[in-house]
Design a protein around this ligand. Structure first.
Ligand code: ZN
Length: 83
């Protein structure tokens, strides 16, 4: 039986259980759960392996500098300017 992860559609409204997400074992031929079994609020399925949502930010010039990288920008005349 596969295990599915669910999390409240609106984390502000969910109960203690679905606000943080929960796992549920469910037969594969069963309809996907749409509401929390405890508080009946709408929940959505979280893709397996992604139970903790990760927000990846693109590295900005400032972050790269903080990390010790030297940012070089190519100028029109072909030279590089150190930022
Ligand atoms: Zn709930």
């Amino acid at each position: 039986m596969p295990t599915y992860s669910y999390i409240a559609e609106n984390p502000q409204e969910g109960c203690l259980r679905c606000r943080k997400g929960f796992d549920l074992r469910r037969p594969i031929d069963r309809e996907p759960l749409t509401h929390c079994p405890l508080c009946r609020r709408p929940v959505r399925k979280v893709p397996t392996g992604f139970s903790v949502p990760r927000i990846t930010r693109p590295v900005s010039v400032t972050d790269a500098k903080k990390a010790g990288f030297t940012i070089l920008e190519k100028r029109c005349d072909g030279s590089y300017e150190k930022l």
